[in-house]
Each structure stands twice: as structure tokens, then as C-alpha cells.
Ligand binder design. Structure first.
Ligand SMILES: *Cc1c(COP(=O)(O)O)cnc(C)c1O
Length: 381
């Protein structure tokens, strides 16, 4: 099956009792057994639920993986991956990453004796400087949030293999439509399903896809034992959202391209971060591992004043000022005070995340309206 066909059909069968073409919302906590242990594969909905099973199988297919696991949020999925480790283990992570990932690593798991090294992975061989006998996991996010750096998944996969390390990729920004990390050597791909996969800003959910049976069993054990599982109604909404993932992504990419070029030629705009520019430092890697460049763009305003960034954000109309990304509607945000406020200023500035940086999640509206909106807001500066 090709991608669009998978989005609509993979893992999904008409309901066997009625023929309903849409996977029912199995809103049940438990399942009746004929005699003790004699059941139809379902005992309790934290462990398994048929609506969730359909979604997990669909997500596995989209990532070219064998096993999918859904969690009650993206951070619930990250939590499960780190729980594969033991006290004393070490993780090497990208330094420009989702603020909540940085927070769970440093404020939660560090207390349990797991050590994290945050480094730039633009040069994958740098990772080897941090590998020692305790290293267990490489954690990478690409494109990075919000600086839109691109990390070479295939090269990092080689480093991971050489040192027998687990390698996980947060694929939230790219989505399986643009990039499939398992095909490039990752062991685990993680998503905040809340974003493009759900696509309609109405669900919070996370997912992991893997190929290895042992890893799948360990993660399924954690999923059930720790209990961060999503409800069936949310699984239904995501199954519905995914049916148009390929169409939405095509438009996100097309609008993203136009907005990136528009901003680049705007007299008030200083830097524009978008991997589709030939001048982007990792453009060649982006071209190699991504099918297109997505709808996430960050930019700074000339003069680099935080008040100018605020003026623009307050005056945008179709770009709503809100956390999150990946929905059909355009969003804008101020990473330094919103998504990345949990990262200390000194750490933020190391990766170039200035106080005047604005991040856009370009939606699927008509692009002329979006350009006019940005133009009007920038005129107030
Ligand atoms: C939102 C996000 C997360 C966390 O996911 P939640 O669903 O909000 O828990 C993790 N990584 C990235 C890149 C994100 O954008």
C-alpha cells in the first residue's frame, strides 16, 4: 500500500458484528469472559481496547514498523521510553528539543539516577565523545523545535549500531508522511499525536512505533503497568484525523514554502528558519531524509526586540497565539515565554533561541490570507 491508502485502510477492518465501516468507539472498561481466562483477546481497557488496537496498527503501518503503542500524551510516550532504562544509565540527547522533553529528562528522570547529555548532533560523530559504558540511548528530534535544525538520522543510526545503543527519534514535526526514522536506522519512533497526526487540535495523545518484538513487549508492559493509555473516544478522533493526513501535509508543505519565502523577502524580518532554503545549513540532509519540508517556520525580527515580537503576535488574526502545532488552523507562538520557558535562558541562547523568535505552525487555510495577515501584523512594528 502507498501512504494515502495506508492512512485510510491500514489496520482497519469493518466491524465484525455489524459491518460498520468506521471503527466503533469501544467505550468500555472491561469485557465479559465465558469462563475464567476464556475471552476474545480483551480483558481490561488499560491493557487492550479495540479502538486503540486499530489506531496502533494504523500508526505502525504509517511508520513502516511492526508494532504501535499509544499513550495518553506525547510525554506519556517519552516517559515509557525512558522507563526502559535503569539508574546509572546515560542518554545522549539533541540540545535543541521540545521543552517538555527537556523538563521530564532533567526534572524527573535525573532524580532517578539517569544522566542526560545535551549536545548538537549536526555533526553525528560528535556523539562518540559522550559514549561510555553506561550509555544506553540516543534521543534525537528532527527537525528541531524551534530552530528547525536537521539531524542526519541515518548517520546517527550508524553510531548507535556501532556502540549497541538504543536510538529513538521524536518524529512529531516531520510526521510519517515526510520522514520514516525506522527505515533510516532508528529503533523507536515517537510522536506527539496531539499535533499533525490528530491534526484538528482536539486530542492530546502520544505514540511509539518499533520493529523489534522484545522492545515492543517491554514497552507494552510499561504501557499497561504504568497506565498512561488513551481513551477510545480519543483513538477514534485520531483514526479520523489520520484519514486526511496526506492531504493536510501536502497543503501544510505548500503553504509553508510560500510563507517561508514571503518572510525571507520581508524588510522587517531578520532570520527565517526553514529547512527548505538552499542556504539552510542542513538543507542537503533534509532533502535526503524528508519528502518535503513541512509547515513549521521560525523567524526573528530586525533589531531583535522582544516587544516587536509581542506586537506581531498580538496583531496576527488567522495565526492564533497558542501553544501546540500541526492543526488545520495556523498558530503562532513565542518559544522563549511559552513552549520553551522551562529551558533556562542561558541554555536557550546557546542554541540561538532569542527572545524575539516567533514560531509559526502554518495551517491549511488559503495562503494569500495568511500572507496578508503576517504583512499587516509586521506593519505595526
Ligand atoms: C508537543 C510535543 C511533545 C509532547 O507531546 P504532548 O502530546 O504535548 O505530551 C513532544 N515532542 C514534540 C516535538 C512536541 O511538539
Amino acid at each position: 500500500m502507498k501512504f494515502g491508502t495506508k492512512a485510510i485502510h491500514a489496520g482497519i477492518e469493518p466491524d465484525s458484528s455489524t459491518g460498520a465501516i468506521m471503527t466503533p468507539i469501544f467505550q468500555t472498561s472491561t469485557y465479559v469472559q465465558k469462563s475464567p481466562g476464556d475471552h476474545q483477546g480483551y480483558e481490561y481497557s488499560r491493557t487492550h481496547n479495540p479502538t486503540r488496537t486499530a489506531l496502533q496498527n494504523n500508526l505502525a503501518a504509517l511508520e513502516n514498523g511492526k508494532f504501535g503503542l499509544c499513550f495518553s500524551s506525547g510525554l506519556g510516550a517519552i516517559d515509557a521510553i525512558i522507563k526502559l532504562l535503569n539508574p546509572g544509565d546515560e542518554v545522549i540527547s539533541t540540545n535543541d528539543l521540545y521543552g517538555g522533553s527537556y523538563r521530564i529528562f532533567t526534572k524527573v528522570f535525573q532524580r532517578y539516577g539517569i544522566k542526560f547529555h545535551f549536545i548538537s548532533m549536526e555533526n553525528p560523530s560528535d556523539i562518540e565523545n559522550y559514549v561510555n559504558a553506561n550509555t544506553k540511548l540516543i534521543w534525537a528530534e528532527t527537525p528541531t523545535n524551534p530552530m528547525m535544525n536537521i539531524i542526519d538520522i541515518e548517520q546517527i543510526g550508524k553510531v548507535a549500531k556501532k556502540h549497541q545503543l538504543l536510538f529513538a527519534v521524536d518524529n512529531t514535526f516531520a510526521t510519517p508522511f515526510l520522514q520514516n526514522p525506522l527505515d533510516l536506522g532508528a529503533d523507536m519512533v515517537m510522536h506527539s499525536v496531539t499535533k499533525y497526526l490528530g491534526g484538528h487540535s482536539d486530542v492530546v495523545m502520544g505514540a511509539i512505533v518499533v520493529n523489534d518484538q522484545t522492545l515492543a513487549d517491554q514497552l507494552a508492559f510499561i504501557q499497561n503497568a504504568c497506565g498512561a493509555t488513551p481513551g477510545p473516544q480519543d483513538c477514534f478522533l485520531v483514526l479520523r484525523g489520520i484519514k486526511t493526513l496526506h492531504l493536510r501535509m501536502e497543503r501544510h508543505c505548500q503553504n509553508g514554502r510560500e510563507i517561508a519565502h514571503f518572510l525571507k523577502s520581508h524588510p522587517k524580518v531578520d532570520k527565517v528558519y526553514w529547512p527548505g532554503f538552499e542556504s539552510h545549513p542542513n538543507h542537503e540532509v533534509a532533502k535526503k531524509q524528508m519528502r518535503d519540508f513541512g509547515g513549521m517556520i521560525s523567524f526573528t525580527i530586525k533589531g531583535d526586540r522582544v516587544d516587536d515580537a509581542k506586537t506581531v503576535l498580538e496583531n496576527l488574526h488567522y495565526f492564533s497565539l497558542a501553544e501546540s502545532l500541526g492543526g488545520v488552523e495556523s498558530l503562532c507562538g513565542h518559544p522563549a515565554s511559552m513552549t520553551h520557558a522551562s529551558i533556562p535562558k542561558a541554555e536557550r541562547e546557546k542554541v540561538g533561541l532569542l527572545d524575539s523568535l516567533i514560531r509559526l505552525s502554518v495551517g491549511i487555510e488559503d495562503v494569500e490570507d495568511l500572507k496578508a495577515d503576517l504583512d499587516a501584523a509586521l506593519a505595526k512594528v
